[in-house]
Design a protein around this ligand. Structure first.
Ligand SMILES: NC(=O)c1ccc[n+]([C@@H]2O[C@H](COP(=O)([O-])OP(=O)(O)OC[C@H]3O[C@@H](n4cnc5c(N)ncnc54)[C@H](OP(=O)(O)O)[C@@H]3O)[C@@H](O)[C@H]2O)c1
Length: 224
């Protein structure tokens, strides 16, 4: 039987590349997008799920659909994330709130009810960023984005403590990837989404210690 992976933000960038990678590796993939339209993506083992993490009703509807259609999930990848204040320096309330709504609040309240559906020895992988690492931060840009990823990392730690041996939980830095999360990444990014997805898949399918913060680009542990 195919293992089931639920990947948020599967319409483009890293989430789309990881969905394609996992389909090629014989997983059944539930992929989310806000408009439920994932272009150039047709596969018998792919289920498209509508989800806007900034909207409580959308999250509730997504839960109802998942619980009615699926008996279990093996891997939940919380990939969807935004960075409207990337490369800016002074926090601005609207983008600050939106960043937290999606990267933190929406991600936490989307995850919570799904935990009971995750199989024993399953995995929750939070796509974080080394920009959220408190230990290495010397810069002053992207206040909301950095803080949201630090908060997501704390959620990883809390889930690791709560779920103990039942479900493994990790935060991962996907590398500096050529996506449109910010236009300059298309030029400056070091990895293609496909390369990043390969690295994330390697991490997911090899033994790892629950509660790890992992840099998938150079395969080392990150400081929190
Ligand atoms: N690119 C990098 O260099 C880099 C580095 C470190 C960490 N990351 C992290 O990697 C993850 C993926 O980023 P990416 O670079 O692939 O970005 P991306 O290409 O912009 O893709 C973001 C995904 O998130 C979804 N999304 C946006 N707003 C959403 C919302 N309100 N509700 C639900 N889904 C929403 C988008 O789907 P729709 O718009 O179709 O709904 C899209 O599929 C993010 O968490 C990001 O912080 C990226």
């Amino acid at each position: 039987m195919n293992k089931v992976a639920l990947i948020t933000g599967a319409s483009k960038g890293i989430g789309k590349a990881l969905s394609e990678k996992m389909l090629n590796e014989n997983y059944f993939v539930i992929g989310t997008s806000r408009n439920n339209e994932i272009k150039n993506f047709e596969h018998t083992n792919f289920y498209s799920l509508k989800l806007d993490l900034s909207n409580t009703t959308s999250i509730e509807n997504a839960h109802k659909e998942v619980f009615s259609k699926f008996k279990h999930i093996d891997i939940l990848v919380n990939n969807a994330g935004i960075g409207p204040d990337l490369d800016t320096y002074i926090p601005e309330k609207k983008s600050f709130n939106l960043t937290f709504d999606v990267n933190v609040t929406g991600t936490v309240f989307f995850t919570e009810p799904l935990i009971e559906l995750i199989s024993k020895n399953g995995i929750i992988l939070n796509i974080s960023s080394k920009m959220g690492s408190l230990d290495v931060c010397e810069l002053t840009d992207s206040v909301a984005y950095r803080m949201s990823k630090s908060a997501l990392n704390m959620y990883t730690k809390i889930l690791k403590n709560r779920l103990k041996d039942k479900i493994k939980v990790a935060s991962i830095h996907p590398g500096w990837v050529k996506t449109t999360i910010i236009e300059s990444n298309l030029i400056n990014g070091r990895l293609t989404p496909e390369q990043s997805a390969d690295n994330i898949f390697d991490f997911l399918t090899n033994e790892f210690e629950s509660g790890t913060f992992w840099n998938s680009e150079n395969r080392t542990k990150l400081l929190w």
